[in-house]
Design a protein around this ligand. Sequence first.
Ligand code: HEM
Length: 452
Amino acid sequence: MKTQSDPVRRSWRIAKAPGRLPLAGHALHLARRPLEYLSSLPALGDLVELRLGTRLTYLPCHPELVQEVLLNARVYDTGGPVKEKARPILGNGLITSDWADHRRQRRMIQPAFHTTRIATYAEVMREECATHAETWRPGRPVDVGDAMQALTARVTARALFSTDMAPHSVAEVQRSLPIMVRGAFRRALDPTGLIARLPLAANREFDAALGRLHGLIDGIISDYRRSGEDRGDLLSALLAARDDEDGGAMTDREVHDQVMTLLLAGVETTASALTWTWHLLAAHPEVEAQLHAEVDEVLGGRTPTYADVPRLTHTQRIFTETLRLYPPAWMYTRVTTQPTKLAGHRLPAGTDILISPYVIHRIPEFFPRPEAFEPDRWLPERAKDVTRGSYLPFGAGSRKCIGDVFGMTEATLALAALASRWRLRPVPGTTVSPRAEMSLTAGPLPMVPEPR
Ligand code: HEM
């Protein structure tokens, strides 16, 4: 990545977003066409001011400014209305905790994502990918979004709980998690907070799904506590975690909140990106051919294992490039905890900051031909020219995705395992356009498996 040679910017362009409406400010543009609207703003300035309702909000449109925000978690904490709405669902886990609490939580949970642990979870990934490859039938269309969601839900649930209760708990996670994700997104969008309280069928379904997940997680935690065994899974690692500073363990409530957080953060993100990858591969036969050549050479018909991941370099570049074009976490937010300056511009305490990898990843100054799907831009000799801090699918700083290696490993194994047996062809007449929901999803995506 480019570092020293970058020119240091001295004068930043500060701009106000166009189209402000009375009361709503720019909120309607963001609600109606979020990706198009936000992507139009970097042309106006390096830091763009918006109003979402009455809230003063900024979108940094230059990697240096984004890094300044993300690397300064004390001044730019996570927060704002979306986080408040997530609290009743996720409790106080890694995503919802504030700066002081987060440091302790992260210290304790990080070892559960150590490479030695990832190697164990990769065994689950290997098994699930192999099983999934058996479920497709030649010529019978699959909805790729649903298929990838089912695969990542099973992988994450089994990496979390490798218990005797696994078959039941995995099925429950598969059933309830998508309902919870949809409901959480509806709540996040509702500025009034009223939707959650209306007697709607969708709310009843959401409450029931959430209740089932809470019950399942509580049951599994008490079972693990009783047995006291280390089963080598994520939950065992969370229960065994001790704080370096005070030696304390997490309470059952804390472990519960982290499990819920990992499920919500880990399943749909990876599934959406995998779904986009199949769509892009079908549209780029030359990239697909390179993928097939690599998996045939490295695997020779075997199911891939963790040991194969370092040799699946083209597969990894394909996923890396998909995350650039369609980053599942297309936007996340911060709130200033004190008055500060960004790009030399004064920000009062309580200012919202929008970080959008989708926007940054499509600025031509940082990614030439930004709309093109070019996995080879990540070849080592070319990747070194990518501007530091401009590639952000996993965020940066102390809140950087804790599951980044987990997700990359899972996606590499899934692509390699499935592409060594199948190619997916689009169903004629299907149109795909990104939907900025909880993740950046492709919507319904029927494709037809063809054996290779
Ligand atoms: C391709 C897949 C994934 C993408 C694109 C992704 C993206 C992200 C991003 C951008 C953040 C930072 C958000 C912020 O700064 O506010 C984040 C945080 C997080 N992710 Fe991921 N994620 C992925 C997979 C996973 C997986 C597989 C897991 C768990 C198994 C996971 C668990 C988490 C957690 C717990 C956090 C909060 C971390 C903290 O604040 O300390 N993610 N993710």
